[in-house]
Design a protein around this ligand. Structure first.
Ligand code: SAH
Length: 235
């Protein structure tokens, strides 16, 4: 009797360990697959590097625990301090438009949760990201480290001034709405570099703009109406 029981218990423990390991590995992969096909591909995003990054980065690890259940919903979510993580489609759209990838150097203004920075890093780009709220800068750096994107360079500062030490950038992505395009950011773009930025009043619908630098000139195109949290200035 005992000879039969022991192998049975061993088998049970082994099965339990295997299923726990596969659950941990699963890491909500299926929810991400659905998010990408139903919210992102369905709305026209086609860039393979962007789609691969959106499938790979565990969005639920970048939202507060209380929001984890809703991490793959088709909407922005609160991340504390009056700030939000953007809707998955907007993250994908802004990523596709600045063409990130290996060999590209990208500056993000508004690290927030760290999710957009992780998506950019997942395409192979070198990412610099600035956050003005110290508590968010700290929690996003931790989330980036814990999810394997610790190579993202972060700092706490007013992103209006950019990060001149590492300029020029192939692309700049601003994730807070500014009344105008900060001149230091244009100065830190490479020639032919791209910037995506929501422009407009924090109290109304803003316009997502694509800015391209060409020598001393910049050209811009209006992409779509959006709603972002306001671009703040350090006192
Ligand atoms: N990209 C973020 C979105 C966060 S919301 C994400 O993936 O979660 C926008 C963020 O911009 C907020 O965290 C806000 O604090 C930050 N922000 C606003 N003005 C800023 C400024 N001047 N410099 C740096 N960060 C700023």
């Amino acid at each position: 009797m005992q000879r039969c029981l022991l192998p049975c218990i061993a088998c049970f423990v082994l099965l339990l360990m295997l299923s726990t390991a596969s659950l941990a590995r699963d890491d909500r992969v299926r929810e991400r697959q659905s998010m990408v096909s139903e919210q992102i591909v369905a709305r026209g995003v086609r860039d393979t590097a962007t789609l691969a990054a959106m499938r790979a980065v565990p969005r639920h690890r970048f939202v507060p625990l209380a929001q984890s259940l809703f991490a793959y919903d088709d909407r922005p979510l609160p991340i504390g301090y009056g700030q939000t993580i953007s809707q998955p489609f907007i993250v994908a759209y802004m990523t596709e438009i600045i063409e990130p990838g290996p060999g590209k150097k990208i500056l993000e203004i508004g690290t927030g949760s760290g999710y957009q920075a992780a998506i950019l890093a997942a395409t192979g780009a070198v990412v610099y990201s600035i956050e003005i709220i110290p508590e968010l800068a700290e929690s996003s750096a931790k989330a980036l480290e814990e999810t394997g994107y610790g190579e993202v360079h972060t700092k706490t500062a007013d992103g209006y001034h950019g990060w001149p030490e590492h300029a020029p950038y192939d692309a700049i992505i601003v994730t807070a709405a500014s009344e105008f395009i900060p001149p230091p950011l244009i100065a830190q773009l490479k020639d032919a570099g791209l910037m995506v930025i929501p422009v407009g009043s924090p109290f109304f619908v803003q316009t997502l703009m694509l800015v391209q630098k060409r020598g001393d000139q910049t050209t811009s195109a209006n992409l779509m109406p959006v709603r972002f949290v306001p671009f703040r200035r350090a006192e």
